[in-house]
Design a protein around this ligand. Structure first.
Ligand SMILES: [Zn+2]
Length: 418
């Protein structure tokens, strides 16, 4: 009997310990004044979600790439498996994540959604078997999947007219056609749709308590070929319009880019903008010098083009001089080796960059070697940057991407913003 009692006490004790460990592992809730940037790892493309200091919310991209199609077409490249598993579609996983981190009074939907460009790993991929929305007006994947559960108020993209009329150019593209149907239907049901205006600092703003956070500004840096000049809201062109092919152009260098500042802390995200051009790749442009000029030094950034070899060139990284870099990756060639090597070198401030990768595949790790990978702060998992104290301090959390319920596995900081 005594033995049984002891055993029960032991069992109870271990259950309590487990509960405690679990409680320690949950992400402390967002509070007014916090700016949270969540990089959500689904294996299917980019998705980040932000809660601004007054509770305004914004989604940047919601990818859902068709893996079977990609892995067959681009063999031996390999995409990341869907995380945390196939029981939900990537867009549904994004919604599930957002619902767990949404401020208590903001559960009804998302204020802003920014689609950087029209690639599947950024806004979803539709085929004839894609499931229909409840309203039967369009199908669900990526962005539309998120909107189904968390209706978006304002949708921003790169517009429908550059470098040609995209309604005609993409008329045989089921994902783009579905996107137009989605916009058409949702505009009648509460959605505002606008093209991102490069140079503007008023298109995305704090909606609930802007007066309390005067140091918080969202500056639109680039859209299509237009980039902010750094003066008022004036823009200039990254490259001569005539040099962009009209028949076989590349979406990547047309990506939208924004910079968000909160006091001393600043953050850059710019989709799949590229920093390389060559004759073998018509339509690929080096737009990074123009972006770097507009952005200046920043605290944290999401790497352009998932950290691919054709982006984040040496001059770009030196110019932005980030303290923290997040690589949203989903493919075995991400990051490019040259970039990974440069990122873990000492930077121009003779300081190391803290690099976080949302999912680096085993094959990629084998190719890069331990001397590079061991210098990454994290090789997999959702990443959360939490900026506090009016931008003067920040913390970084890595969350387990294999679990539906969010759980912190690593915490970094708090750090004072330099
Ligand atoms: Zn991409």
């Amino acid at each position: 009997m005594l033995m049984l009692k002891r055993f029960l006490i032991l069992l109870l004790g271990s259950a309590l310990l487990q509960n405690q460990a679990h409680a320690q592992g949950s992400l402390p809730a967002w509070k007014e004044g916090f700016w949270d940037i969540h990089f959500i790892e689904t294996g299917a493309g980019n998705a980040s979600f932000m809660v601004f200091p007054d509770g305004t919310t914004m989604l940047v991209d919601a990818g859902d790439l068709n893996k079977n199609l990609f892995d067959t077409k681009f063999f031996p490249l390999k995409s990341t498996p869907i995380l945390p598993g196939r029981s939900k579609r990537p867009g549904q996983w994004i919604s599930s994540y957002i619902k767990q981190v949404m401020p208590g009074n903001r559960k009804a939907g998302i204020d802003y959604a920014l689609i950087t460009h029209y690639h599947e790993d950024h806004y979803g991929q539709i085929n004839r078997n894609s499931i229909e929305a409840t309203n039967k007006a369009y199908q669900l994947s990526g962005l539309t999947d998120v909107d189904e559960e968390l209706p978006i108020s304002k949708l921003l993209d790169r517009g429908l007219d550059y470098p040609v009329d995209l309604r005609t150019y993409y008329s045989n593209n089921p994902t783009f056609s579905n996107y137009l149907k989605f916009i058409g239907h949702r505009i009648k049901n509460g959605l505002t749709h606008e093209a991102l205006q490069a140079g503007s600092s008023k298109q995305i703003c704090l909606l609930f308590n802007a007066k309390a956070f005067p140091g918080f500004v969202v500056r639109n840096i680039k859209s299509n070929n237009n980039v902010w000049s750094g003066e008022d809201e004036k823009t200039f062109q990254c490259f001569p319009d005539a040099s962009m092919p009209k028949n076989d152009f590349n979406e990547n260098p047309l990506s939208n880019a924004i910079k968000i500042t909160y006091g001393k802390f600043s953050f850059y995200t710019g989709g799949d903008n590229t920093g390389y051009e060559g004759e073998a790749f018509p339509g690929r442009k080096n737009v990074e010098p123009a972006i770097a000029k507009a952005v200046g030094k920043i605290t944290a950034m999401s790497l352009n083009h998932h950290g691919n070899r054709d982006a984040n060139n040496d001059a770009f990284i030196k110019s932005l001089s980030p303290d923290v870099v997040v690589q949203q990756s989903w493919c075995s060639d991400q990051p490019g080796q040259d970039l990974a090597f440069r990122l873990v070198e000492k930077n121009t401030r003779d300081d190391s960059i803290a690099v976080f990768n949302t999912h680096m595949q085993q094959e990629t790790q084998a190719y890069l070697g331990a001397w590079i990978t061991k210098k990454f702060k994290s090789l997999h998992g959702h990443v959360v940057i939490r900026v506090t104290n009016q931008g003067n301090a920040y913390q970084i959390f890595v969350l387990d991407e294999n679990k539906e319920k969010l759980e912190v596995v690593k915490t970094f900081g708090p750090y004072l913003t330099k």
